[in-house]
Design a protein around this ligand. Structure first.
Ligand code: DNO
Length: 399
């Protein structure tokens, strides 16, 4: 049983974490994107080649693209749909020509990943990212006040959010709003309150089934292009894996993944297995999902969350939290062994330690991408590497 391929996310030339830092963490490959092209226009061969050359000059490989943003017109099947799908296909073809074979993307309406607190103090004195369900409801109900908001909460939740709202200082609520709508790293759209309400209105009348249908027809268009280009697509689950702001979300559970796989039943239509996203729901059995979806998992995000009783969660140590991480890692390594025995050339999975705590000398730095400071991810990767090597050794001893 062999280790997975160790990667780290790199936000391109503007990332305060350098490619040398990536190597110091022990990763051999990076996950990256052209972060300056987020408006749905096509990625050019020249831009991809330029970024790839930078990665290779540092002695690393660009293993996975995360992400090419899917334009909102595609999600709502708006008038611009076919133009944006055309550009998406052009980008896929360009990646194929440049030899980057794995493409992670998501299909979350309006907001990408969402937290309410970027500096939640842990007992270790480091800081974690947290989603506080009550703070979120307080913002949604009493600050944003979007139309129809009360229908999405129980009376008990509304009462609790109201109490919270009365107690919360204004500057804290302002910070929550910025965190929620002004965008986390790799989020392509940033809003103020008015433009955010406008963006939500795009989804009036769009049910989860409608959104799923829009995703499936997008897949029916792009999967054949991915196949021709030798690209493996891998959709990233919703983070968190439930509805926010009354918006539909369709990549949260095992049955969601089944529907996506069925829409184009082929290897190129795959999954990014993100333990941090799926792991927020207790009804997602991660090991069972790896067994079921394993052959079409093309990319792995390893991150742990501690689920809290009221629906809140925070990001735990990679080996702490509510998910049994060693069990997940073993299941993934078993899947690799299964593929290898089958003769698959793509048997070895690229994994990255997803997010990390803000620790040590990273605390107080002026430029930090929340979740993507170096030291916390370096620690996560080191711990996960230890698990993988221990499993390899144990397996060798037993056989
Ligand atoms: C958060 C990330 C997400 C992810 C995109 C994939 O850290 O996991 O931003 O990259 O949703 O499209």
């Amino acid at each position: 049983m062999e280790s997975m391929r160790e990667t780290l996310r790199w936000y391109g030339p503007g990332d305060p974490v350098s490619l040398d830092n990536v190597k110091q963490a022990g990763a051999t490959e990076v996950v990256s994107a052209l972060h300056h092209v987020y408006d749905g226009s096509a990625w050019s061969d020249a831009d991809i080649a330029e970024q790839k050359a930078k990665v290779e000059a540092a002695g690393l490989k660009w293993a996975v693209v995360e992400s090419i943003p899917v334009n909102n017109e595609i999600k709502i099947a708006g008038p611009g749909r076919s133009r944006y799908i055309g550009w998406y296909k052009d980008s896929i073809r360009a990646l194929g020509r440049q030899g980057i074979k794995t493409l992670c993307y998501n299909f979350m309406p309006v907001v990408d990943w969402t937290r309410t607190d970027l500096t939640y103090k842990m007992p270790s004195t480091g800081y974690a990212l947290r989603f506080d369900a009550i703070d979120f409801a307080a913002y949604d109900l009493f600050v944003l006040q979007r139309p129809g908001v009360t229908a999405d909460y129980t009376n008990a939740q509304i009462a609790e959010a109201e109490t919270r709202f009365k107690d919360i200082p204004q500057d804290r609520m302002d910070a929550i709003e910025r965190t929620l709508i002004a965008g986390l790293p790799a989020t392509e759209r940033k809003f103020d309150r008015a433009s955010f309400l406008d963006a939500l209105r795009d989804y009036d009348g769009i049910t989860p089934d409608d959104l799923r249908a829009n995703l499936c027809s997008f897949l029916q268009e792009i999967v054949p292009v991915a196949e021709e280009s030798g690209i493996q697509l891998c959709i990233h689950p919703d983070d968190p894996p439930f509805s926010l702001y009354g918006l539909p979300r369709v990549v949260s559970t095992a049955s969601d993944v089944r529907a996506i796989f069925a829409a184009a039943d082929t290897q190129a239509n795959g999954l990014t297995f993100c333990t941090g996203s799926f792991g927020v729901r207790e009804d997602n059995d991660l090991v069972a999902m790896i067994r079921e979806f394993g052959p079409r998992i093309h990319f792995v995000h390893l991150r742990n969350v501690t689920r809290e009783p009221d629906g809140s969660f925070h990001e735990a140590d990679h080996l702490g939290g509510s998910t049994n991480m060693p069990a997940v890692v073993i299941a993934l390594m078993q899947e690799q062994a299964r593929r290898k025995a089958e003769g698959r050339t793509d048997w070895q999975l690229p994994m990255r330690p997803d997010h990390g705590h803000l620790l040590a000398d990273d605390i107080g730095k002026a430029r930090i991408n929340p979740g993507y400071s170096l030291i916390g991810r370096l620690k996560g990767l080191a711990e996960l590497r230890g698990v993988m090597q221990g499993v390899t050794e144990m397996h060798a001893m037993q056989s």
